[in-house]
Design a protein. Structure first.
Lengths: 282, 166
């Protein structure tokens, strides 16, 4: 009985103490003591939290670095893809320009039928000026067909296989083309040379030939159609002792940069060899 | 087998030559890859198909070129014969033999072409041909002689492995 009343008193006293402490805390009287008591814990937690955040940042930043590197690689790959696309598009633009010039040439000369072909090679011997094109007898090509570009005459087909043909350029040393000079109307023969330069021979002495005159095919001999532009006279050599005048010609076609050419498919060269008299034959 | 191998190898070299090397001349001279291949092959010690490679190369080039095939057959066989002679005479210095064969082989091909074209009526001035075509071509071929010799030496070693002495 005595012990139970003592416990009751203890409980009451503890409750009063608790109420007192709460009342002191609510009144702000325990703040200095609370500060003193929590300061070490706060410091420890701050230290721990700082370290934890640092470690987490290091770990997460390495992930970001990897992600950035990966992204950088992807961007570099995309840039190289775009650059190759740009190169391809530039090439297509250049080809389109050439083709549109050829179409324009074909439009201006509607009397002919044309077939486009690409230059795929040059003769392995440096002594001759021949090119190889990617069209042959399968495309209807025949030996002797004239070859032109948007600027003017380039040559004629010398040999044909099923899928390719060999074109003799007009600047080949063995090439000769009958031409007409404008505005004089004089006839002459255009010759190629080893260096690829063009010259005119057999110009009549009485013909008035000047620098800047145009050189066009005459159609004589039946090897080329008439009135195809070849070039312009750059110099004239005239001596009274010679039978004919000579001249140098600047071609309108740049033979070193030929890429695509047009073939005049409806022109059939005329073989006049049987008409040329041979000595001793009546 | 090694004779048949000449067709794809020389064919590919001819394609490269007509598509690329003929378009980048030195003056007017160009590199003759097929001739270099035939010479480099002929100078390999254990090779027994040099003449066949020479003929196949000449026929391929003659098929593509506007110059008569006879020119290439004669000149290529002459060049291969010279290479075989050099292989016997100066076998200890094969690289020197390659340079000599390239020099005289290129001269043989171009001089034969020049003579035949002039005989057929093509107006080719000799001095201009020499200055703008023949000598630049010789120089270009000499530049490519060393890598070709190395390449075909490896090919010959692969196809004709050396016999082990017991």
């Amino acid at each position: 009985m005595k012990s139970s009343s003592a416990r009751t008193w203890q409980t009451v006293i503890l409750a009063l103490l608790a109420v007192g402490v709460v009342a002191l805390a609510l009144g702000g009287y325990l703040t200095p003591m609370t500060r003193l008591a929590t300061a070490p814990f706060i410091s420890a937690q701050t230290w721990l939290s700082t370290r934890f955040l640092t470690i987490r940042n290091i770990l997460s930043s390495s992930q970001d670095l990897n992600r950035l590197r990966q992204r950088n690689l992807e961007m570099e790959a995309e840039v190289s893809n775009l650059q190759s696309e740009i190169i391809e598009l530039k090439q297509q633009i250049a080809e389109t320009r050439v083709l549109s010039a050829l179409v324009e040439f074909a439009r201006v000369h509607p009397e002919n039928r044309y077939l486009a072909a690409a230059i795929i090679g040059r003769d392995p011997s440096p002594f001759v000026k021949y090119v190889i094109i990617n069209r042959g007898s399968d495309s209807g090509l025949r030996t002797g067909m004239p070859v032109v570009t948007s600027q003017g005459l380039a040559g004629r087909i010398a040999a044909v296989t099923a899928g390719a043909a060999r074109v003799e350029l007009i600047n080949d040393p063995d090439s000769s083309v009958n031409v007409r000079l404008e505005p004089s109307g004089a006839q002459a023969v255009l010759l190629g040379s080893l260096s690829g330069e063009l010259s005119l021979d057999l110009i009549p002495q009485n013909a008035s030939v000047n620098v800047g005159d145009l050189v066009l095919t005459s159609g004589l001999g039946g090897n080329f159609p008439g009135n195809i532009l070849i070039g312009q006279i750059t110099s004239v050599s005239r001596r009274e002792t010679d039978l004919f005048q000579q001249a140098s010609v600047q071609p309108v076609v740049d033979f070193t940069k030929l890429e695509i050419v047009l073939l005049i498919t409806n022109f059939r060269p005329v073989d006049i060899a049987p008409l040329i008299p041979t000595p001793g034959v009546q | 087998m090694t004779t048949l191998l000449a067709i794809p190898i020389l064919g590919v070299l001819l394609v490269i030559q007509t598509a690329i090397f003929s378009q980048i001349p030195l003056l007017q001279g160009t590199t003759d890859l097929v001739l270099l291949a035939a010479l480099a092959w002929s100078l390999q010690p254990r090779v027994r198909t040099a003449w066949q490679w020479g003929i196949i190369g000449a026929l391929l080039v003659g098929f593509v070129s506007a110059v008569s095939v006879i020119v290439f057959v004669l000149s290529y066989l002459g060049a291969v014969g010279l290479a075989l002679l050099l292989r016997r005479r100066i076998w200890q210095v094969p690289l020197l033999a390659m340079f000599i064969a390239t020099f005289f082989g290129t001269l043989a091909v171009h001089l034969t072409t020049l003579v035949v074209l002039r005989m057929t009526g093509v107006a080719l001035p000799i001095s201009a041909s020499l200055n703008t075509i023949i000598l630049p071509s010789v120089l270009l071929n000499l530049v490519f002689a060393l890598p070709f010799f190395t390449l075909f030496k490896d090919l010959a070693d692969f196809l004709y492995p050396a016999e082990l002495e017991m």
